[in-house]
Design a protein. Structure first.
Length: 135
């Protein structure tokens, strides 16, 4: 209403201002839903949780646990970037997989460490199939 003489830029600015106002109103009205939305966004960021992706995620988790028990200084660097990625995605909400994709090499390495830690635990600690040779 009353915007017939506006330029395209003026219409865009007015639209952006109205969207900002409506967003602020929605946040005030639905503030109790924000934690649930953040949790859902984090789950979406790290999904899917089935099939081969699930085994990859389990490998990453086991790698993190193994590093927690063995190399805490390195864990700060290996776990820090995925935490920053997750927090960024949770609070920006509108981001896609572009924040996780650059971390794939780090996550694959961590999953590989997880498989190695699990294999060592199973074959050397739980079932002593590894022989230690004395020199």
């Amino acid at each position: 209403p009353g915007s017939s003489g506006w330029t395209q830029a003026q219409r865009e600015v007015a639209l952006a201002e109205r969207a900002t106002q409506r967003t602020a109103e929605w946040i005030q009205t639905n503030a109790d839903q924000i934690p649930v939305l953040l949790a859902k966004r984090i789950a979406t960021h790290w999904s899917p949780f089935y099939g081969p992706s699930l085994s990859w995620r389990i490998g990453i988790f086991v790698g993190w646990l193994g590093l927690l028990m063995r190399a805490r200084r390195e864990l700060v660097w290996i776990l820090g970037l995925p935490i920053i990625s997750t927090v960024t995605v949770a609070f920006l909400y509108e981001t896609g997989g572009r924040f996780l994709v650059p971390l794939y090499s780090l996550l694959y390495m961590t999953a590989g460490l997880g498989v190695a830690f699990l294999a060592k635990f199973l074959f050397c600690d739980l079932f002593p199939l590894c022989r230690r040779t004395r020199s």
